[in-house]
Design a binder for this molecule. Structure first.
Ligand code: GLC
Length: 439
C-alpha cells in the first residue's frame, strides 16, 4: 500500500471518511454574484457595508437542516468559512465589530452550526481567510482586493497607519478564539498566501508567511489543538497535513517533493464558492459522483462546496445535487469509505476507475461508460474470488473468453486479464460499480 508523508495532524479518520462539505457563507451571499464580488467590482468598504452589512438577516437559517442534508449526502465532515476575504465574521468575536451579532441577524451564527453538525456525527472544520479586505491594519496591495488598482499615491495614503504586524496579531487572537471556544476542531483551513516573486516580504506587493507571521501562528495552533489537520496555504515549507488542489482534478496521487501526501480536492457545484443566483454552469449528477470516485481512486478526499443564500438556506439546485450524492452513496458508500488507490498490479479498465479497501480486500470497479456485455480487466487473473454488482448484490461472471472468440486475437490483450460479463442493460444508478472480492 502506498505510504504518504507523515505529518503532525491526525489524518487517520480523514483518509477513512473521504467526503466532506465545504460551506461558503457571508455577506457576499446578498449580492449573490461570487464571493469575490468586492474584488471583481472594486466595491468600497462604505458601499459594501451600507448595502450588505446593514441588511444581512438570515431569517430562515436552520443549521440542523444543513447538517441533515450533508449527512444524507454521505458527507462525514464539514468546513465552514468563519471569515472570508471580505473580513466579515460569523461568530461573536471580541476582536472585531464586523460580525454577525452586529447585523440584523443579532446572533452568533457559527456556534449553532458547529453544534448541529457535531450532533449528526460529522467532524468539524473551520476555514479562516488570511486575506482581509476590511481590517484597518491589513496592508493594501497591488495584487488583489477592491483597492488594488489605486495609484501609488492613493494606496500610500490608504496604507498610512496600517501595520501588517498588528493584523498578524489579530489573526492570532481570532485563531485562539476559534480553537478555544468551539470544542475539538478537526480541520483548520487557512486561505491563501500570494507572495510577490521579486519582493516576497513587501506586503504592498503580495502576502507571504511574514505578512501572516505564520511560524508564530503555527506554534499557537499546535499548542491549542495538536491533532488538528492543517491545510497547506500558510506559505510554510512543512507542518501542514493536507495538500488542497482546487477546482481541478489531479491526474494522479498528489505529490510533495516527489512523495505522495494526504490530499483533498475542493470543488464547487457550479464555479462560484459563494451563492451565485444566476450561475448556470451546474455540474450534472454523473459529473458530481464521478468527481468523488475519481478523487478516491487517486487516494484523495473530496470537499464539495455549498453556498447558502442570504436567507440562510441551501437553494433547491444545491439540495438536488446533494440528493444525487445521497442516492448513489446509499448503495455504494463502501466503495468510497476506507478506500484508496488500487495497488499498481491492477490496471484500470477502459472508461472506469478503481477504488480499493485494503482492510476488506475488496476492489471496486466504477464504470463511467457502460460497455457492451464484456469488461476486460488486466492484472486480475487468479486474484478474484467472487464478483457482484454493488447496487443490488447480483452475481456477475468472470470468464476467460469463450472458445468461439478465442480465434479473434486483439491488441492489448494480456495474459493476466479476465473478462467480467455484464448485463446488456446498465443498472439504473448514476455510476454502476462491480465489487470484486479478492483472494
Ligand atoms: C480560492 C478562492 C476562495 C475560496 C477558496 C476555496 O482561494 O479564491 O474564494 O474560498 O479558493 O478553496
Amino acid at each position: 500500500m502506498l505510504q504518504t508523508l507523515r505529518t503532525p495532524g491526525d489524518t487517520k479518520w480523514f483518509v477513512q471518511d473521504r467526503f466532506g462539505m465545504f460551506i461558503h457563507w457571508g455577506l457576499y451571499s446578498m449580492p449573490a454574484r461570487h464571493e469575490w464580488v468586492r474584488h471583481n467590482e472594486k466595491i468600497t468598504n462604505e458601499v459594501y457595508d451600507e448595502k450588505y452589512f446593514k441588511h444581512f438577516d438570515p431569517d430562515l437559517y436552520d443549521p440542523d437542516r444543513w447538517a441533515e442534508a450533508a449527512a444524507n449526502a454521505g458527507m462525514k465532515y464539514f468546513v465552514i468559512t468563519t471569515k472570508h476575504h471580505e473580513g466579515f465574521c460569523l461568530w461573536d468575536s471580541k476582536f472585531t465589530d464586523y460580525k454577525a451579532t452586529n447585523t440584523p441577524a443579532k446572533r452568533d451564527l457559527l456556534k449553532p452550526m458547529v453544534d448541529a453538525f457535531r450532533k449528526r456525527g460529522l467532524k468539524v472544520g473551520l476555514y479562516h481567510s488570511l486575506i482581509d479586505w476590511h481590517h484597518e491594519h491589513s496592508v493594501i496591495d497591488t495584487k488583489i482586493g477592491p483597492y488594488r488598482e489605486l495609484s501609488d499615491a492613493d494606496r500610500a495614503k490608504m496604507n498610512k497607519g496600517r501595520d501588517q504586524l498588528k493584523y498578524a496579531k489579530h489573526l492570532q487572537n481570532q485563531t485562539r478564539e476559534l480553537l478555544t471556544k468551539f470544542g475539538k476542531i478537526d480541520v483548520l483551513w487557512y486561505d491563501f498566501s500570494y507572495p510577490d516573486k521579486e519582493h516576497p516580504d513587501d506586503p504592498t506587493l503580495g502576502k507571504n508567511k511574514k505578512a501572516w507571521q505564520s511560524e508564530t501562528l503555527y506554534k499557537l495552533i499546535r499548542k491549542l489543538q495538536p491533532h488538528i489537520i492543517l491545510d497547506d496555504r500558510l506559505d510554510l515549507p512543512s507542518g501542514w497535513d493536507i495538500k488542497t488542489p482546487e477546482q481541478f482534478q489531479p491526474r494522479g496521487w498528489v505529490l510533495h517533493e516527489g512523495k505522495p501526501v494526504v490530499w483533498e480536492a475542493c470543488q464547487t457545484f457550479s464555479g462560484s464558492w459563494g451563492y451565485h443566483r444566476d450561475e448556470t454552469s451546474w455540474k450534472s449528477p454523473a459529473q458530481l459522483v464521478q468527481m468523488l470516485i475519481d478523487t478516491v481512486s487517486k487516494g484523495g478526499n473530496l470537499l464539495m462546496n455549498v453556498g447558502p443564500t442570504s436567507r440562510g438556506e441551501f437553494d433547491e439546485r444545491a439540495l438536488d445535487a446533494l440528493k444525487s450524492y445521497g442516492e448513489w452513496m446509499r448503495r455504494h458508500s463502501r466503495s468510497v469509505y476506507g478506500c484508496t488507490q488500487a495497488p499498481e498490479e491492477f490496471k484500470t479498465p477502459q472508461d472506469c476507475r478503481l477504488t480499493y479497501n485494503p482492510k476488506t480486500k475488496r476492489m471496486y470497479v466504477h464504470i463511467f461508460a457502460w460497455p457492451f456485455v464484456e469488461l476486460h480487466m488486466d492484472g486480475f487473473k487468479d486474484k478474484v474470488e467472487y464478483a457482484q454488482l454493488l447496487n443490488d448484490g447480483s452475481e456477475v461472471f468472470i470468464s476467460q473468453r469463450p472458445d468461439w472468440q478465442q480465434h479473434h486475437k486483439t491488441a492489448g490483450e494480456s495474459a493476466g486479464s479476465i473478462t467480467v460479463r455484464l448485463p446488456v442493460q446498465k443498472p439504473n444508478v448514476t455510476v454502476p460499480v462491480v465489487e470484486l472480492f479478492l483472494k
